[in-house]
Design a binder for this molecule. Sequence first.
Ligand code: ARG
Length: 877
Amino acid sequence: MVWAILDFMVVLLFSLFWWTSHLIMKSQLYVVVYKCSSESADGEKAKGARSHLNRADSQGFMDMNGVEEGVEFLPTMNAKKVEKRGPKRWVVVTAVLIIFLLVSLLVGLLVWHFKYRRAPVQKVYNGHLVIQNLKFIDAYEISSLPAPELVMGAGILHAALQFIWPFLALIPPPGCSNGLLEGSVIAYYWSEFIVPAYRAKALDKAMADEQSLIQMVKYKSRNPMLQVNSIVAFRSCNFALHAKEGEITSFTTPGFPNSPYPNNARCTWVLRADVDSIISLTFKTFDVEVCSKGSDVIKVYNSLSPMEPDELVTLCGIYPPSYNLTFLSSQNVMLVTLITNAEGRNPGFKAEFFQLPKAKTCSKTLKGESGTFTTPFYPAHYPPDMDCVWNIEVPSTKNVKVHFNVFYVLEPGTPVSSCPKDYVEISNTKYCGERSQFVVASKNNKITVRFHSDQSYTDTGFSAKFLSYDSSDPCPGKFTCNTGRCIDKVMRCDGWVDCTDASDERACNCTTEQFRCNNGWCKPRFWLCDGVNDCGDDSDELQCKCPDKHFKCSNGKCIPETQKCDSKDDCGDGSDEGTCSKVVKSVPCKDYTYKCHNSLCVSKTNPECDGTKDCDDNSDEESCDCGIRSYSKQTRIVGGQDSEVGEWPWQVSLHVKSQGHICGASLISDKWLVSAAHCFQDESQIRYSDPKQWTAFLGLHDQSERTNEMVQERSIKRIITNSQFNDFTYDYDIAVLELQSPVNFTTTVRPICLPDATHDFPAGKEIWVTGWGATSEGGIGASILQKAAIRVINQTMCNTLLADQITSRMICVGILTGGIDACQGDSGGPLVSVESNNRLFLAGVVSWGDGCARRNKPGVYTRVSKLRDWIKQHTSL
Ligand code: ARG
């Protein structure tokens, strides 16, 4: 109770005088050249604040004395009158006083609660300003004497920033001698503020506005001649952390995860570990402004000073949680820095570090028929300053080869031809950079693999296996690529490159089903004139070229160049008018022109959401909140085709009660999905057309983790299948599903863009298909969402390959060599294409195929652009 009363008193006093004491500030040296004390200034402020408080105290006593006096006077008055009227007046006065006190207390309490209850925050800035016409004199370097110019400089800044009394270090600009900056100084400062929490934002804003800071410096210095060229203020935040034995220490950017990191900040985290230890640092979540020149950036150093030669990595952008962001030091220190600019604030990062004993050596002797080895700490980034040697020895009658499954030894900006920095060396040959699988063989039973990492920039490293082989028959029953890899004999001279060095397709005699390219390759005859440069020298397409000064239409017709882009459909399929470099607005509307909302048409292929306004009414750039992933970085594939979390946020898994995952679908708005009509055909036991049978899982990555917080589960309200769907030919294989309740867009749930009816996905274009379907023909479904890159196949050629079953509502996509395809369980799922601006569009819906991943049997997908109007008709999207 006593505490409560005291609390109220303090609140009252505080509320009365709050405006007098709302800002306290300290300053210190940044570059230690001069040091002058600001204690007097601070002292003054503090004293001022105290004297206000004292006055408030005495004021409080006076009021109370007044009340006491009033009470004492009463007995001296007429007793009767006092008896009758006295108590009434007394009651009124007391009541008024109590009400006044209560109201004051309430107001005070509210003010205290909303403005002061949160502890004041400390804000530190450092930066510099360039004063153009203040000549640098040697006296500035005498730290004990505050030179008059220095005081002036300090005064300028003090006045300019009102509350700052910074210590300044004045130095000549580095370029003094070039004449340009002659007669100017750079003043470095370091300022610390302690402000009430509610003023912190305003302070940040004031410090971030360079122009107004310059104006203020000029105005407050009362020296209009003074030329301040630039003034920069960075928020500084410095942390020092020491690893604890056997424990993981975590740290985050300021405010993470509740608020974004500050603008104009320079933060450092000094990480230390015990002697004879090294540090392992992992960024668990990483969400920083997307990389561009001058964007916010995080750097990790293998030392305590931010020097380029010790830099391990520069990071910006948004990384998916599965990305390998583990870095190791070569000694017991590490430095992490964050530099942010004036715009764009993201959540930042959460990182963890711990110490590890420093290994004496990473070299090894490996003996036996086979074995594996990797760079130290693989798949974490290997430490800098490392040299490892693996001496491999297989039985004396055999030879040895080393197969690198994963190889990332890349230093930014270094030539991979000479590998001057990090490298792997075998028999005097250096390997570096990012390489797909390769094999190095030795002519005897021994091989030595050396690995070197220099002081700066590290990478994931490699994972390798060694194998012994019979020198007379290195690949029993198989063909040996020049790289040492063994491939099936049928792959030799079949027109497809299977060895990474193409040695399986060299020195071939073409069969009757093949034709010979000018460069000597043999290619299947049906690849002739398919619009794709299969030979590499275009010789498969040359012979079907149109005569000089003629344009070849997509349907093969030749028209004079002059008829291209003349707003007339001379080809008959519109292909001469679809791809015109100059956008002609308001051309006659045709199948191949894009129709703006104002009903005018433009002659540009795929103008939707490409970042350029093509329609006068801007309708081509409207409704473009789609097709963008939340993570700006994509993991390099380390084996397999598992997707990253959030890589395909429009992917939906459709489950049937008691059966689990049956089909895929794509999210196109917060409540509509697109899928395949054949998924919803009734069967004797199950009514697949009944929405109640289905549950949609959005934001799902792993089928075994459907209760994860990233997953949103929805019931289905309506299933609309295309009435023209033909369950024999699979023509019009499309359906739209309405969700029972809308989903929230998050990092793992976002819609895909729908292509316009005129959107073109040309033959040869790389497209992605995703799903949890079978990973091989007749196999079982995947638990982790799978992805595969496939290519659009020429429509006519596909029709030949798939026995004339292809309609204009279908698009064939696949890899004719076989091996990559969608399969059972992928149906209804998305086929997406990366278009301009890195935006993804739904090109197709997984529909059918002749088996899975067979040679010359591409997958068939519903061509979404052809059914765009049908989607609009049913969803209004
Ligand atoms: N109809 C299959 C399903 O229901 C999809 C088949 C896709 N096949 C292919 N080879 N692309 O899951």
